[in-house]
Design a protein around this ligand. Structure first.
Ligand code: PMP
Length: 344
């Protein structure tokens, strides 16, 4: 492993080996020690650097990808940024089908990183020809020699975290981790990390974070896809309206649902209390900790690791905009728990 005081060949050498940072204030009313795995320290500012680099290098090893080829993906932004970054260094074209729910900042950033971006409507079903899945599929068929990363249905997404995030956390906690709390979108992060950690110690409790409006938690409990669970929500990158095969439901002990509103306030609270400027889903993961803590989940001596997937700068026009928060009604909440957390 290289250290930060060395000279690096290129930006990709800095992917992974993110720090584990103790949270000293935000959860101090609960028993246990809380640590954040802060993925914004990746060069692309999110955990998605890990899967982009890993999946592309696996394709190269198999001879599927050669320089000049096109890489296609559906993405809420972060994976796209990471693929674009890897593509620049390795000489690929990057084509992205993006949800219209993604922030304008994210879309501009992808273009800055040389990607060709197709913006697709967010609230259509996955099999609608306008959905970003179908658009990506069509582009893959049309562009000769293209590779479709397909992060929601790619086992390598799990492997990337099994080979990097899991071992890093095990080493950083010296094997003392008792709980892992992580958001589930594709499910790659929680599945790969938990699979590795549970192989080391099956007693580690793994808690996934899901959104209201997503089918993931219900599917985990019933193994049934319940369409009635689906409705629009605002958090990007968390939860889903389909069941991704990149989620290994067997390594997750339980899922906790969080609201858009409480997650937004908790994201702001992380910045104010810990000096960590992280994204909306980091707020969601921390919000899950609040709910679990209030339910008496943690005891003295527990070592709880929470994954903070990305950086706050990607949400300046959303969670970190007072105007946006006001427009959502998040500053005049009727939700008491959320209102209490505004007092930061
Ligand atoms: N947070 C953000 C901001 C994301 O973009 C994603 C990925 N969709 C996640 C969390 C969830 O990670 P995963 O896809 O590995 O479940």
């Amino acid at each position: 492993m290289k250290h930060r005081n060395q000279v690096f060949d290129n930006v990709l050498d800095l992917v992974g080996n993110t720090p584990l940072i103790k949270l000293n204030k935000i959860a101090s009313k609960f028993k246990g020690n809380f640590y954040a795995k802060v993925e914004s320290f990746n060069p692309g500012h999110s955990s998605k650097d890990r899967i982009a680099l890993y999946i592309i290098e696996q394709a190269e090893k198999k001879g599927i990808l050669t320089p000049g080829d096109t890489i296609i993906e559906t993405t809420s932004g972060n994976t796209g940024f990471s693929i674009a970054m890897v593509s620049i260094i390795k000489g690929y074209d990057c084509v992205l089908a993006v949800s219209s729910k993604s922030s304008a900042d994210k879309i501009d950033m992808l273009k800055t990183m040389g990607a060709k971006v197709y913006v697709c409507p967010a609230h259509v079903s996955a099999d609608d020809p306008r959905s970003y899945y179908q658009v990506a599929k069509r582009l893959h068929e049309e562009i000769k020699g293209s590779v479709y990363i397909n992060q929601y249905f790619n086992e390598l997404n799990i492997d990337a975290h099994y080979k990097s995030t899991g071992p890093e956390i095990w080493k950083q906690t010296e094997g003392k981790i008792t709980h892992l709390v992580a958001c589930s979108g594709t499910g790659g992060t929680i599945s790969g990390t938990a699979r590795y950690l549970k192989e080391q110690n099956p007693k580690i409790k793994v808690i996934g974070v899901d959104a209201f409006g997503s089918v993931i938690k219900k599917y985990h409990e019933t193994r049934e896809f319940d369409e009635k669970e689906i409705y629009p929500y605002r958090i990007e990158g968390l939860g889903k309206n389909l069941i991704p095969s990149a989620t290994d439901f067997d390594v997750v002990d339980e899922f906790v649902k969080v609201t858009d509103e409480e997650s937004a306030h908790t994201a702001r609270l992380i910045a104010k209390s810990e000096g960590l400027f992280v994204g909306y889903t980091s707020g969601a993961a921390m919000q899950a900790i609040m709910q679990l803590g209030e339910g008496g989940e943690f005891k003295e001596g527990d070592n709880i690791v929470i994954i903070f997937p990305d950086h706050g700068s990607r949400y300046m026009s959303k969670v970190y905009s007072d105007k946006w928060m006001t427009e959502q009604g998040f500053f005049d909440s009727k939700n008491e728990a959320a209102a209490q957390r505004i007092q930061y």
